[in-house]
Ligand binder design. Structure first.
Ligand code: NAP
Length: 270
């Protein structure tokens, strides 16, 4: 078998976006990965290497996901597009027989369940990861551990002001993981009235308040604040740069090839 046929053939959907461009660079830099397709709605027909790194890489941009995946024989497809497209894209990737590695956030629980059923029935390894930064995954794990001992907690997440969904997928996932350790937070809080609607943020089933901040200059940041008698514990993670997500994406591409089922969260592949 030649060296190139042993490499994992990767397609990138949302290739011209902020995350997509970083993925293109990360895939091109890894000797075990081969970029075979780039999908986006802008720069159609142009070489993605010219757009991202000012040097040709022989992969032209197409806007047809299914056709690109099939024609290029991509084995895995990374998707960083938009919340309104991610469900359709994930299903299409699975139907083409490739493994989805999904970073796009905004999928509802019902849609996640449908994707899980489809991936498991077709035995196609499928990863949906609300956060690919290893530090953020650790932050979620530490928050879950702290939740075993402290039952008053709120989450504040801050992102750039072009983010389309709120709260972030990371905040939702963190709250879910904390709820596995503690069923009800803030049990002793008094009854409260919001004089300005939304002041207390979004409320999860387990009573964790999530506050979303959107400001230019930021990338992706989150604080989980625990309060107890006479003490507070803050667990914080900052992604200052989109390169923070790339080691996780590259790791996921390699690990998902060994899976035949649905996986939610990068921590399951570490
Ligand atoms: P972005 O810069 O807006 O990139 C999205 C790209 O998708 C754009 O180039 C967009 O093109 C393109 N697109 C639109 N329609 C498309 C279609 N039908 N097929 C293929 N591509 C299409 O956004 P971003 O900052 O890269 O973020 C993308 C997603 O990743 C968001 O949901 C964000 O929350 C998430 N995210 C996840 C992580 C994680 O670790 N999981 C980290 C950061 C961000 P146009 O601009 O021309 O519409």
């Amino acid at each position: 078998m030649s060296e190139s046929s042993q490499k994992i053939k990767v397609a990138v959907s949302g290739a011209c976006g902020k995350m997509g461009q970083e993925v293109i660079k990360a895939v091109n830099e890894d000797s075990n990965l081969e970029l075979v397709a780039a999908i986006d709605v802008c720069n159609l027909g142009k070489d993605i290497g010219e757009i991202v790194e000012n040097k040709s890489c022989g992969v032209n941009i197409s806007d047809n996901l299914k056709e690109s995946v099939k024609n290029s024989k991509a084995q895995a497809v990374v998707d960083f597009t938009t919340p309104d497209l991610v469900y359709k894209h994930t299903k299409e990737i699975i139907e083409c027989g490739a493994r989805p590695v999904i970073g796009t956030t905004g999928l509802s629980e019902a849609k996640l369940d449908e994707i899980k059923d489809l991936a498991n029935s077709k035995k196609i390894g499928t990863l949906i990861a609300p956060n690919f930064a290893i530090g953020a995954v650790l932050m979620m794990m530490f928050a879950q551990k702290a939740a075993e001992y402290m039952d008053n907690a709120e989450i504040i997440e801050t992102h750039h002001n072009k983010k389309k969904d709120a709260p972030s997928g990371t905040a939702i996932k963190t709250a879910q993981m904390m709820s596995e350790a503690q069923k009800k937070f803030g049990k002793d809080n008094c009854a409260e009235t919001e004089t300005l609607k939304g002041s207390r943020g979004g409320l999860t089933e387990s009573n964790i308040h999530i506050h979303s901040v959107r400001l230019p200059g930021f990338v992706a940041h989150q604080e989980v604040i625990f309060g107890g008698k006479g003490q507070a514990l803050t667990i914080r993670h900052d992604s200052f740069d989109r390169t923070s997500f790339m080691p996780g994406v590259v790791h996921a591409l390699k690990e998902i090839m060994k899976k035949e089922e649905f996986v939610y969260g990068l921590e399951k592949l570490l």
